[in-house]
Write a new protein. Structure first.
Lengths: 161, 273
């Protein structure tokens, strides 16, 4: 608790990003769903930071994580980098409309953004790098998103106070 | 004077911010555009990610790794008695085979001497152990603890005691990255042992099976046939064991690799003579 006083919300969220990134790029043969869950958690936290803690440094963060995810998971730069930067740009364009929405509508958009992001990544991986669009893998991500969405939002809002 | 100065300062910082954003977006598009090329920058990024980022992520994910290892060891311990029984039976069976193999080996040596043939076509470069794997989401890649300082180069083949594991796609001074056979982006030229049918295999995408993407003259191999590398693309050495034909359809066939990709600890990096 004492340690957490030294960290502001943004730092805590960035720590979650680093941890979830590290776990999602290291495969655990016995528990492949751990990788998938932390991969979804990374996306959830990233969207949360964009929605509630938007700052220009996020472009650098997107660039770094986009490149690293692409190189470690696909061995070629593309799908993640494009998706992360597009989300940031889209957020700036739609920010004035998002502010007017109620909290329930925001939560709904938050979930839709997550699913669309995961879908676009798979689609771009297929388009740019010829990775087979795997419906079962996407369904797995969707199921994990459904399960962890509410607890994660609760945890993030608690951390964010 | 003060408010004027503030407005000017704000404008400059906003300009700088916009410039940084445009630079980042431009850089991203250039990186995406040139990502498949052999540019120094791209190679540098790949090198940093495998020699710096992977060890850091490994340290951060150490608790989960420890838990995974603990569960694995517990499962192994539970099945110890059963495995012991199987192994005892296997030892008896292998002893019979060993006697036969020694006889065949002697016979082989004599015949090779008579034919003036060379022993095999492989040069062992290095035996390396696995440091981490990225084969759950998207691609099927593993990272090894040996790099170009150990004379490992791009496109060399990785094998283990069961057969072909994959191909080296990146090397740094002390690390190298291997793409597994099961990756959909790797094509392996193979031939069937019994009929000598030439074909190209790629990963099916499920991480288990390989599927033919091209079959020469559309001749299908038989069910249960063993396929080995044909050596035609000159990337893989000839006659490395790949797998067994498990399903044959009208225009394609499926192969189950001999290598158990979930239990790779060590691989040998080899090249043809």
């Amino acid at each position: 608790m004492e340690f957490s006083k030294f960290l502001n919300s943004s730092s805590k969220l960035n720590i979650i990003l680093i941890v979830s990134f590290s776990i999602s790029v290291n495969s655990f043969i016995l528990f492949p769903n751990i990788n998938n869950s932390f991969y979804v958690l990374f996306h959830l936290t990233f969207i949360y930071i964009i929605f509630y803690h938007y700052h220009y440094y996020l472009y650098v963060v997107s660039l770094i994580y986009g490149i690293l995810f692409d190189i470690l998971l696909l061995n070629n730069i593309g799908a993640h980098l494009i998706t992360f930067l597009s989300l940031l740009i889209l957020f700036i364009l739609l920010r004035k409309y998002l502010i007017r929405l109620s909290s329930h509508q925001i939560i709904f958009i938050y979930f839709i953004t997550l699913i669309v992001m995961l879908l676009i990544e798979q689609f771009l991986a297929n388009l740019i790098h010829n990775y087979i669009f795997n419906m079962s893998s996407f369904f797995n991500f969707f199921l994990i998103s459904l399960i962890i969405f509410i607890p994660t939002v609760f945890l993030l809002t608690k951390l964010d106070k | 004077m003060a408010p004027k100065f503030q407005i000017k300062a704000f404008q400059i910082s906003s300009l700088v911010k916009n410039f940084i954003i445009i630079s980042i977006v431009t850089l991203s598009f250039l990186l995406v555009f040139f990502s498949k090329s052999d540019l120094y920058l791209i190679n540098g990024i790949k090198n940093i990610s495998s020699s710096v980022i992977i060890p850091i992520t490994k340290v951060i994910s150490a608790p989960i790794n420890a838990f995974s290892n603990f569960v694995d060891e517990y499962n192994q311990f539970r099945s110890l008695k059963f495995e012991n029984k199987i192994l005892q039976e296997e030892i008896i069976r292998l002893k019979k085979w060993q006697t036969l193999a020694i006889q065949n080996s002697r016979e082989n040596k004599v015949l090779k001497k008579l034919l003036n043939a060379t022993d095999n076509n492989l040069i062992l470069i290095k035996t390396a152990s696995l440091i981490n794997r990225n084969d759950t989401i998207y691609s099927k890649l593993i990272n090894l603890n040996a790099g170009y300082e150990d004379k490992i180069k791009k496109n060399m083949s990785a094998i283990n005691e069961r057969g072909l594991v994959g191909k080296v796609i990146d090397t740094t001074s002390n690390n190298s990255r291997v793409i597994l056979l099961t990756d959909p982006n790797l094509s392996i030229p193979v031939k069937s042992i019994s009929d000598g049918i030439f074909s190209l295999l790629t990963g099916k995408g499920d991480g288990k099976y390989l599927v033919s993407s091209f079959v020469k003259e559309n001749k299908m191999p038989r069910l249960g046939d063993i396929v080995v590398t044909s050596g035609t693309a000159q990337i893989f050495p000839v006659d490395l064991l790949v797998g067994k034909v498990t399903k044959v359809e009208k225009n394609r066939f499926f192969v189950l690799p001999f290598v158990d990709f979930e239990n790779i600890d060590y691989v040998q990096i080899v090249t043809s003579k």
